[in-house]
Design a protein around this ligand. Structure first.
Ligand code: MOS
Length: 702
């Protein structure tokens, strides 16, 4: 049944022997500096001013009182800000027009000698608006008729194979359900911040970003400058989840302000502004229809997602895409319908597409298991495809069934159909649930340099970004292994656009993309060192590589994805309806795992975020206010340690020869995929109530 190429064996390493983070000491001693902590001489502060209407235009801005504040240096508005060049990203055209596209959009920037003065200056700016009627929720009950457009980047009319309507109508068992996920917001530990400094025609920006190269490229377009005249540094970054994957307005504003006032400027966003300007996971409404035979074999699978984008961005949450590759089905269809709203621009949030889509699909699979009277693991095994159903190509490796079986063993899964309400502990109802995970194993070309000095020390240079994942550490490990030297002989330099080009820390591509380049550079250096006779000169040896051709030469005959299985145990208070997570266990098959310690941390972190999505996180859209009112961590709840008492992550040692020389797939995102479904499925098992709208709340169970 389960065909794939590639070997797999069970993982047992507890990870305690794996190298610890190279920058760990710097971080815990406070020596590691983040973007707002760079303080060039004469550094001053900026504070942004967000729009307080959701649509309309600015009629007047009065800065006179503001500029009289002690320490005030300037107020930038659309009237005096420099004109910016065009980029593909309209959210970066800051202070260019009086038009307001969404509430919270930046309309002005106060600059002053101290942070407090900047804030006071911002508070004293008087803005007069001409508001227009806004529309921030989709649906026919809203003033303007709302047309949803098909917006599927690969197939404008939606994607279809076979006759899904016919097969669904003819199916013995039919599931037809709608799943809803609210808007979810990125809240990295370190809010977005930049320190910008102009000197001698050069612009230096320390930015909290997932990719300094991307930021440099954007700034060069906006300020019409050669890239060589711009340096962007992202040395330490306190999380991003996609919200720092693209250039954000704060970096542009900091650079603008620094040029305007002739001082270095730090702009550190207050957390209560993030929700409007750094992207978020758009709310989705997803209809799943599954037709199957009584034995659970799927004959028709339709996944239709409805969402929205902003009027200044066309990002589409590709929630239905994973349904194309998960299960064998002769008749299948996916579609994404979206239209523009006057909302803050949605964007990437950890596992965009998959995270939303797999909640719906894996909940629907659980419903199908109930309808067929089958164990949900057995149902998934019966529908395991022998090739990628979307493309017809083989998977480079696919060990979903192994993950399900290994997870069941470790978790202590009771086989058989779910029996809601059958397990109790006093007044608590106990339930267990399972869901599958998947995420693409993509790769981007990268450059890297490897240097050896006369005393045998190695330096590895590339513009990778460590957003808290352990990227530095694994890259050093890769180099040390290729050169066969101890880890402490390798120095790794990342996080600056002056270093050799490397793609962003996004899409779970970092380890594979940067790692390949580092491996190639280190291996080439090792070969040179082996050929070299006698001691090295003062200058040492140096190798530069680029993996563009290597990446392009990979076979197009395989589909490369990671898979996993998530298991949850919940307790639901019979009287109050309060749901708490008892246990979460994941088993993943994601190629070779480079560092057990940092990998476990990635999986556990993502699973925590998934549990948080299941039980706590949600933003609401207030139609009158025109925005999400949850602005801080007191109103937008994220899971804390007490919410996740027992999380375990394991993996299968997967050997896949079709990926890259390292056999790495990337693990940044798969850990959040399917978690929420596993939790909701466990809630069903506990209570018999199917929660199709996240998060699971007391009201959901009444
Ligand atoms: Mo991630 S959403 O690819 O940074």
């Amino acid at each position: 049944m389960n065909p794939p190429t590639g070997a797999a064996r069970q993982h047992t390493d507890t990870g305690t022997s794996a190298p610890v983070r190279l920058e760990g000491r710097d971080k815990v001693t406070g020596t590691a500096r983040y973007a707002a902590e760079y303080a060039p001489d004469g550094r001053v502060y900026a504070w942004p001013i967000p729009a307080t209407i959701a649509r309309g235009k600015i009629v007047a801005i009065d800065c006179a009182i503001a500029l009289a504040e002690p320490g005030a240096l300037a107020v930038l508005t659309h009237e005096n800000a420099p004109r910016l060049g065009e980029t593909g990203d309209r959210t970066l055209a800051v202070l260019q027009t009086p038009q307001i596209a969404h509430r919270g959009q930046y309309i002005a920037l106060a600059v002053a000698e101290t942070l407090e003065a900047a804030r006071a200056t911002a508070a004293a700016v008087r803005v007069e608006y001409a508001p227009e009627r806004h529309q921030v929720l989709p649906g026919p009950d809203h003033p303007d008729s709302y047309v949803l457009e098909e917006a599927d980047d690969e197939a404008p009319e939606g994607w279809q194979r076979g006759d899904v309507e016919g097969a669904y109508a003819a199916a013995e068992i039919r599931i037809d359900a709608v799943y809803r996920i609210p808007a979810l917001h990125n809240h990295p530990m370190e809010p977005h911040a930049a320190t910008a400094h102009w000197a001698d025609g050069q612009l230096v920006v320390h930015d909290s970003s997932q990719g300094a190269g991307w930021v440099r490229q954007t700034l060069s377009e906006l300020f019409a400058m050669d890239r060589e005249r711009i340096t962007v540094v992202s040395e330490h970054v306190g999380g991003g989840f996609g919200s720092k994957g693209t250039t954000r307005p704060h970096a542009v504003l900091a650079a603008m302000a620094a040029r305007h006032v002739g001082h270095p400027v730090t702009l550190a966003l207050p957390r209560n502004q993030l929700a409007a300007v750094v992207g978020y996971r758009a709310a989705t409404e997803q209809r799943l229809r599954i037709g199957a035979a009584a034995d659970g074999r799927i004959s028709a699978l339709a996944h239709e997602a409805v969402s929205y984008h902003s009027t200044i961005g066309d990002f589409v949450e590709q929630a239905a895409k994973p349904a194309r590759s998960m299960y064998a089905s002769p008749h299948s269809r996916t579609s994404h319908r979206v239209g523009p709203l006057d909302v803050p621009p949605p964007s990437w949030m950890r596992a965009p597409g998959e995270c939303s889509g797999m909640f719906a699909l894996e909940s629907a699979m659980d419903e199908l298991a109930v309808a067929c009277g089958l164990d949900p693991i057995e149902l998934r095994i019966r529908n395991e495809p022998d090739r990628d159903p979307a493309s017809g190509l083989p998977f480079s490796s696919r060990h979903l069934v192994e993950c399900l079986r290994e997870g069941a063993r470790r978790f202590g899964w009771t086989p058989g159909p779910r029996r809601p309400g059958s397990r109790t502990d006093g007044r608590l109802l106990i339930g267990t649930g399972v869901a599958a995970s998947t995420y693409p194993a993509d790769i981007e070309p990268s450059e890297a340099e490897a240097h050896a000095d006369a005393s045998g020390n190695i330096r590895i240079l590339l513009n990778a970004t460590d957003i808290g994942t352990g990227a530095r550490t694994i890259l050093a490990q890769i180099a040390a292994e290729a050169l066969d030297v101890p880890l402490d002989q390798v120095r790794i330099e990342i996080g600056s656009s002056d270093l050799p080009y490397a793609p962003i820390a996004g899409g779970s591509t970092g380890a594979a993309s940067w790692g390949w380049a580092v491996h190639k550079a280190a291996a080439a250096l090792a070969a040179q060192l082996a050929d070299h006779n006698g001691p090295l000169s003062e200058a040492g040896l140096r190798v530069s590589v680029n993996t563009e051709d290597d990446v392009a030469a990979r076979s197009a005959e395989y589909v490369r994805r990671s898979f996993g299985a998530q298991f949850a145990e919940v307790q639901v208070d019979r009287d109050t309806g309060e749901t708490r997570l008892r246990r979460l266990l994941g088993v993943f098959a994601a190629g070779r795992i480079l560092n057990a310690r940092t990998a476990r941390s990635q999986f556990v972190g993502a699973m925590t975020m998934g549990a948080s999505m299941a039980l706590l996180e949600h933003s609401t859209m207030d139609p009158a206010f025109g925005d999400h009112p949850e602005r801080d961590l007191a109103s937008y709840h994220v899971a804390v340690s007490a919410d996740v008492p027992d999380i375990q992550a394991y993996w299968i040692e997967e050997e896949d020869p079709h990926l890259n020389p390292l056999g790495v797939k990337g693990i940044g995102e798969i850990g959040i995929v399917g978690t929420a479904a596993a939790v909701a499925n466990a809630v069903y098992d506990a209570t018999g109530v199917r929660v199709r709208t996240l998060p699971v709340r007391v009201e959901s169970l009444l």
